[in-house]
Design a protein around this ligand. Sequence first.
Ligand code: PLP
Length: 503
Amino acid sequence: MGSLSSPRDLTKPFNPLDPTELAVESSLVTDFIAEYYRTVEQRPVQPHVTPGFLTSQLPSAAPFASESVESILQDVYDKILPGLVQWQSPNFHAYYPATCSNAGLLGEMLCSGLNVVGFTWSASPAAAELEQVVVDWMGKMMGLPQGLLFSGGGGGVLQGSTCEAVVCTLAAARDRALERVGDDMFNKLVVYCSDQTHFTLKKGSKLVGIRPANVKAIKTTKNNEYGLCPTDLRDLVASDVKAGFIPIYLCGTIGTTAFGAVDPIRELGKVAREFNMWFHVDAAYAGSAFICPEFRHYMDGVELADSFSTNPHKWLLSNMDCCVLWLKFPKRVIKSLAAGGNFLEGGSETMVDYKDWQIALSRRFRAIKLWMVIKRYGYKNLISHIRSDVSMAKRFEELLLSDRRFEVVFPRKFSLVCFKLDVMKNVPEVVDEDDGELSHDSKLTRELMASVNVTGKAFLTGVRLGRIFFIRCAIGSTLTEDRHIQDLWKLIQEKAHKICIMI
Ligand SMILES: *Cc1c(COP(=O)(O)O)cnc(C)c1O
């Protein structure tokens, strides 16, 4: 075929780590990815496929003979790409973005290429120390309190997801409480959050054995801008304590998934202190914004937190996966999670054994990726990246506000814009009520979203809350530019026009 990478010549010994071949084959893949980024904008953001579309195209058994990289990439191009949601499309505005970057990809290549397994300091000293350095860098860039950094007696760890971070902190909170009250009280342990807290908290609570009924989600309302109300929390905790329950953990969120809402961290922290609860702050998406000082007021009171987590893989160009968890008292987590035979022992104050800071024993060298991203772009460019996304979101919000048919349902704080149609001007809407049919405007909004998504020119997701349905537009895919937002707005207006004519 005259190809650069031929099917394996079986007369040669099998060498899957041939450096010469690597240089050739990896450039085929990087060229493929570069071309993908160049053209991803032309692909429908959501695929038009039906279940089984891929399984029916692929052989049901593994190939016996080797294939060339080109032919495998051809399969990726022909069969796999058309069945993906194009998360890196500049027209992807669903969920929260999973931003990636050249540096993030290069970092992943180093992580994967070096392939060290740094469960203890001795298993890869530089991996452990680079991680300590880079989580402190990150914490300082974000203006986090000293107490969460290694340099201030705390410390951070890189994990795969917020869910894992939550599980580790819940386990520590559980064990700390049980030590105090005794194992017999297990069924009395209670975890608190709001109805806007990410479901990872419920999942994590289940995993550490908390009874589902003891995970208490406090209802938020429009009046509190969908933040967790400290007074409601205090009343509930106090009455639970009276009834013999043991509060162990409170999760506050900065940048909730549905709205990008912010819980009042300082006030929540005070309640957590009063009742001796572990206070975790989940800033999975919005945390990255704190590298810009103008957003830091949203985390006022964060020094009261026992732990804080954010996902640089969401907004800080650090390709999946990368979650930073900072702990004020790492020893509490270590005490819950440390396990292992003698061959793994030998840690000390300066030698961090990260196996005791996470769920699994083995771990990836994520630090080299985050380090690469920060070094390659510098604090300066990372700040402009965040600011540029926020200003695009601001312009999109202004466009919505300039059109009477639309309503911005929640004041934008970061780069998420929540909106719906508001054409039935005189019909009051019941917002904070759980049951009943969707309001008429909400039904139209859902229709609007579907008609935008079906074009493949944009992908938006929506949220149902009580009787309203709104559209979330999360701005900030790495490739998104102003022109994409202008096109999106035109598309939305055009579809809204059709829907409004029909009523
Ligand atoms: C995305 C998100 C999560 C989930 O993060 P994972 O890393 O996927 O577990 C949790 N909390 C908030 C606020 C989020 O936005």
